[in-house]
Design a protein around this ligand. Structure first.
Ligand SMILES: [Zn+2]
Length: 810
């Protein structure tokens, strides 16, 4: 009841503000319909939301307990003895799971979960210092801090994540307050934000810094919305304005290193930024905050900047899966059109941030193109991030795999699992939006909703089997007969536009059009800003039927995306497909498809959790050892939805499929190295990299798999090949990984090779020294050695780590 009252109050407040002409607050011109008003009834998303509630939320809390994340609060609060264990930003993970759990509580009251949250919030409140400061690692022991935290409060903002953590706390606090009406965490948030407001600002005695990882901007805007206190909005804008500001008093400067500033988007004033650069999650959180400021302050410069940044992303930096942030190095945006597939980073958090941003862009502009990007990300680059069972997660989401990628139960930096858990329950809030006389239907998902428009309540429901077919039936029941517009989003993929730019196009245009019927009668419509606008008197019992044709489409990337030349990807409706090893004879990276291949689709109820697959014919290519000719073998081809990959064991996967022979990758004849079993003293990346028969372009090639010993520095490490039977070796070729001068890996100081003879390791006798070369294979000739095992021993340079890109033997 308390909750209802609260929501009612909040609604009244908003309505009264927007109705009073003298005091119109600036805001988004379009309002989203809250997730609390929309209940899913479908077979695609509802099971995922249920899994999130029943599995992922308790699972994430259990992991937070096991990894000491929750104890850290209790210890900082003096409720428990102990020391800080973990990483400086681990507080944020707990806040994010609280946020997700609170959203869930709105829809599914659960006294046990609420009690758990109350206890947890007691610990968090205890951990807050008297002045409002909350950062468990410093409070527990200010004299023994984890690295990158700064000697004193706020002294190392670039890395400390002090402001990032509490930004997530504000979001959690508001979510819990709105779910339960309980203020404890909200009061912690307000006390914290008041402290931050006192410490940071333009004043002479204030710190002029910016957070190294954006997030607090979003949290402060939400705090402004809940409290109505404009100082939080101003503070959010201050942090944004201060970015890239060469303010002479700026306490925190990134040093002379320009790259470092780009990494955190501190290289230019935000309103002067036009290219998406640096760490992708930071960037998209920042763009979300900037869009909030554009809406809430009507600042034209902010508006123009987010428009330009958005154009840059969708025209040059967006994967077909909706993923962003192509580079492993710095988890960052790459150069324009630099969209590698195997090494694509595409952090799950970046997909979420991209959706948060596009939703805001839609609310600001009312254009369906933003929802096109959101939907593409939702069904593909985001959804791949969590397993069907809800307890395994991808951090990077590549578009191609050599078999070394798998979802993991948790990460030491576990931002992604805790971001998934808060995004999913909020998804119903992305379906509808409205103005005073326009109702937007953005996503097609079976649901029942009630929407409070100015003229009264509308009950609306959708019945559909989307995304597997495009028929949607919408029942509209306004409280009283009313004239208004229903804006039905016609997805870009229906209008021959996979993305709102020239980054991708369909190989063949489709002339199938969506048919809209109202009460069984076909109606004409015009498309404006991506919406079919239907303005009429609506009354109880009205039914809209719409059909989105879903032919199987082949997508071609802009020719400037060199990785995708001569290849197409497959999609149907909003779903991007990939070929996976399990359906295609064990391998897929050697496939060649016909440019004019015909495909069919079929629903497989028993595969994963039920999905449409795509069937066709392909050729598998391999190289004949005797004459190096290419052997082509015709075989059945199957593609599965990209989001569903990696549920059936380790193996190859690819989204982009060659139709030009010149870019196909026939299987190479096996070598001694490729057939041997490989092991190492320590594996940071991918052990398979050393014998995958993929040669790098240079020692700093981040596009090929690698094995590094990161972050072992100056140590002696080894890599070993075991053969099935005794083999004779006469030449050794090694490609060292070296990402200097920026990275921490270098070619080794020294190395040597030993082999197993009569149960003992013996050093090989070689002709000449062990040279160390960069950007090419280091080769040595050895006297013929007959052995079952050979071992590389590597002494790393002092203060540096190192690694291997490829190790060949003849
Ligand atoms: Zn993440």
């Amino acid at each position: 009841m308390k909750k209802l009252l609260l929501l009612l109050l909040a609604t009244i407040l908003t309505v009264s503000c927007s109705n009073k002409d003298s005091d119109i607050k600036k805001d988004y011109p379009i309002k989203p319909v809250a997730f609390t008003n929309v209940k899913f009834t479908d077979n695609f998303w509802l099971p995922r939301l249920d899994t999130n509630r029943k599995v992922t939320i308790p699972y994430d809390f259990k992991k937070c307990e096991e990894t000491h994340r929750i104890d850290n609060f209790a210890i900082a609060g003096g409720l428990q003895e102990g020391s800080f264990i973990g990483i400086r930003y681990n507080d944020s993970d707990v806040f994010k799971v609280i946020e997700g759990a609170s959203y869930s509580l709105n829809i599914h009251p659960d006294p046990q979960l609420e009690k758990y949250l109350d206890d947890l919030i007691t610990k968090i409140a205890a951990a807050q210092e008297d002045d409002g400061y909350l950062y468990t690692c410093r409070t527990i022991n200010p004299d023994s801090l984890p690295r990158h935290t700064g000697e004193t409060k706020w002294s190392q903002l670039k890395d400390s994540h002090e402001l990032y953590n509490i930004g997530h706390m504000y979001e959690a606090a508001i979510a819990y307050y709105q779910a339960t009406g309980k203020r404890t965490l909200l009061d912690v948030a307000i006390k914290s934000a008041d402290l931050v407001d006192e410490i940071f600002g333009p004043g002479k005695d204030q710190l002029h810094g910016v957070p190294g990882h954006q997030e607090i901007e979003i949290g402060l805007v939400k705090l402004y919305r809940v409290t109505g206190d404009e100082k939080y909005l101003n503070l959010a804008k201050y942090f944004l304005d201060q970015r890239g500001n060469a303010d002479g008093n700026k306490l925190y400067v990134y040093g002379e290193d320009g790259n470092n500033k780009v990494y955190t988007q501190d290289h230019k004033l935000v309103i002067e930024q036009s290219e998406a650069v640096g760490h992708a999650v930071r960037a998209a959180y920042m763009y979300s905050g900037m869009t909030d400021i554009a809406a809430l302050t009507n600042d034209r410069k902010y508006n123009d900047a987010v428009d330009e940044l958005w154009d840059n992303v969708v025209s040059k930096k967006l994967y077909i899966t909706g993923g962003i942030g192509s580079k492993y190095a710095g988890e960052a945006f790459g150069e324009n059109y630099d969209l590698p597939n195997l090494s694509a980073y595409n952090e799950t958090c970046a997909a979420i941030a991209n959706m948060l941003w596009n939703q805001r862009m839609f609310l600001l502009n009312g254009n369906a193109k933003y929802i096109d990007v959101l939907e593409r990300t939702l069904y593909n680059g985001f959804l791949s991030g969590v397993s069907i069972h809800g307890d395994k997660f991808f951090y990077p989401n590549p578009l191609e795999s050599d078999g070394s990628h798998q979802r993991k139960p948790w990460f030491s930096c576990s931002c992604c699992p805790t971001n998934v858990v808060r995004f999913l329950p909020s998804l119903p809030g992305y379906v509808y939006a409205y103005t005073k006389d326009d109702l937007f239907i953005n996503l097609y998902i079976g649901n029942q909703a009630n929407i409070n428009m100015d003229f009264g309540e509308i009950i609306i429901s959708q019945n559909t089997n989307y995304p597997w077919d495009g028929n949607v039936k919408i029942n509209i029941e306004p409280e009283t007969k009313s004239k208004f517009t229903v804006s039905l989003r016609i997805p870009g993929w229906v209008q021959n536009k996979p993305a709102p730019s020239d980054l991708y196009h369909y190989m063949n245009e489709s002339d199938q059009r969506s048919v809209i019927k109202i009460n069984n009668e076909e109606t004409k419509y015009d498309i404006s800003k991506g919406y079919a606008k239907i303005n009429r008197q609506w009354e109880k019992g009205d039914v809209i039927e719409i059909n989105f044709p879903m032919p199987i489409r082949k997508v071609i990337a802009n020719e400037k995306v060199t990785e995708d030349i001569g290849k197409f990807s497959i999609e149907r409706g909003p779903i991007v497909y990939c070929a996976e090893w399990a359906d295609n004879g064990g391998k897929v990276r050697n496939l060649l498809l016909d440019k004019n291949a015909d495909f069919t689709y079929e629903y497989k109820e028993d595969l994963i959790n039920g999905l449409n697959i795509v069937n066709g014919i392909s050729k598998s290519l391999s190289i004949d050892k005797s004459d190096n000719s290419i052997i082509e073998k015709e075989q059945d081809f199957v593609a599965v939805p990209y989001y569903a990959w990696a549920h059936r064991g380790n193996g190859e996967m690819t989204v982009w499929l060659p139709y030009e022979k010149s870019v196909a990758n026939p299987i190479l004849p096996p070598t001694i190295a490729s057939e041997s079993k490989v092991s190492a003293s320590y594996i940071h990346d991918q052990i398979l990299a050393v014998n995958d028969q993929v040669s790098p372009k240079n020692s700093n090639d981040h596009d090929v798999p690698r094995l590094t010993f990161w972050n072992h520095k100056g140590t002696t490490e080894w890599v070993q090949y075991d053969f099935n039977e005794e083999s004779t070796i006469s030449n050794i070729h090694i490609y060292w990984f070296d990402d200097g001068p920026d990275g921490g890996c270098r070619v080794p100081e020294t190395w040597k090779v030993t082999y197993l003879k009569n149960g003992e390791w013996k050093e090989i006798s070689k002709h000449g020294e062990y040279p160390v070369l960069k950007d090419e294979f280091t080769s040595i000739e050895i006297s013929n050695v007959k052995t079952k095992s050979i071992k590389l021993e590597v002494k790393l340079q002092e203060n540096f780590s190192g690694g291997i890109l490829e190790w060949k033997l003849d």
